[in-house]
Design a protein around this ligand. Structure first.
Ligand SMILES: *[C@@H]1O[C@H](CO)[C@@H](O)[C@H](O)[C@H]1NC(C)=O
Ligand SMILES: *[C@@H]1O[C@H](CO)[C@@H](O)[C@H](O)[C@H]1NC(C)=O
Length: 200
């Protein structure tokens, strides 16, 4: 569904004839359009060891809720980088960013989280290398603080194309997110899934 949105949006965003590669920081009139994917630090902890179950996107063979969350947050980053390669590197006027907005407690998003789910979270973090140290560094943000990184991605002209951000800075993501093979696979399988809809 979301990729269909990109598909539709990109048509209008790239309606201008493609220009040559725009150097950064770009002059305002040459500022490319931006696609921002809100990921999460969960890309580090919860995505599966092997990277991504491209052959089981609908979780018909295997399901674990934190793992699926991690996979979807990894997918945000894989998508961002593949889109960047396809659009920005090709000289089109689109850059893409992914980001971790922070832990924002006051949104009520976690109001249905059970004790069991919190326990499972602690177990995952315990077994994951560096899990607890990251949890300690991760202080809760207010809603405006939580919006800040997205705003940097949307407006700051010094952020390099396809960057991943956290705390308004450039940030690492799980190493699988750099796999060009995975980026391409996810793109291809997404295209196949929506082919019947977009060809109408
Ligand atoms: C990334 O963001 C775009 C724009 O909102 C959306 O269309 C696309 O589906 C997102 N990609 C993923 C993998 O969530
Ligand atoms: C969260 O839920 C409580 C209780 O329903 C409500 O009073 C509060 O306004 C909600 N907060 C937000 C940010 O929606």
């Amino acid at each position: 569904m979301l990729m269909i949105l990109t598909w539709v949006l990109l048509k209008s965003v790239t309606r201008e004839p493609p220009r040559s590669h725009v150097p950064y920081p770009a002059a305002p009139e040459a500022t490319p359009a931006r696609v921002i994917n809100v990921s999460s630090i969960g890309n580090f902890f919860f995505s599966p060891e092997g990277g991504f179950r491209v052959d089981d996107l609908s979780a018909e063979k295997h399901y674990g809720y934190y793992e699926r969350y991690g996979s979807s947050k990894l997918a945000n980053i894989l998508f961002t980088r593949e889109l960047g390669r396809r659009e920005y590197d090709d000289g089109n006027h689109v850059v893409s960013y992914s980001l971790h907005p922070g832990a924002i407690a006051s949104t009520n998003l976690s109001r249905h989280t059970s004790f069991g789910a919190v326990w499972d979270l602690l177990v995952v973090l315990f077994w994951k290398k560096g899990g607890f140290s990251v949890l300690r560094r991760e202080t809760f943000k207010t809603i405006p603080q939580g919006a800040a990184t997205t705003i940097v991605a949307a407006l700051d002209s010094f952020v390099p194309p396809s960057a991943h951000l956290a705390d308004c800075q450039l940030s690492d993501a799980v190493h699988h997110s750099a796999s060009v093979e995975l980026q391409e696979k996810l793109w291809k399988v997404s295209e196949e899934m929506i082919a019947s809809v977009v060809s109408q």
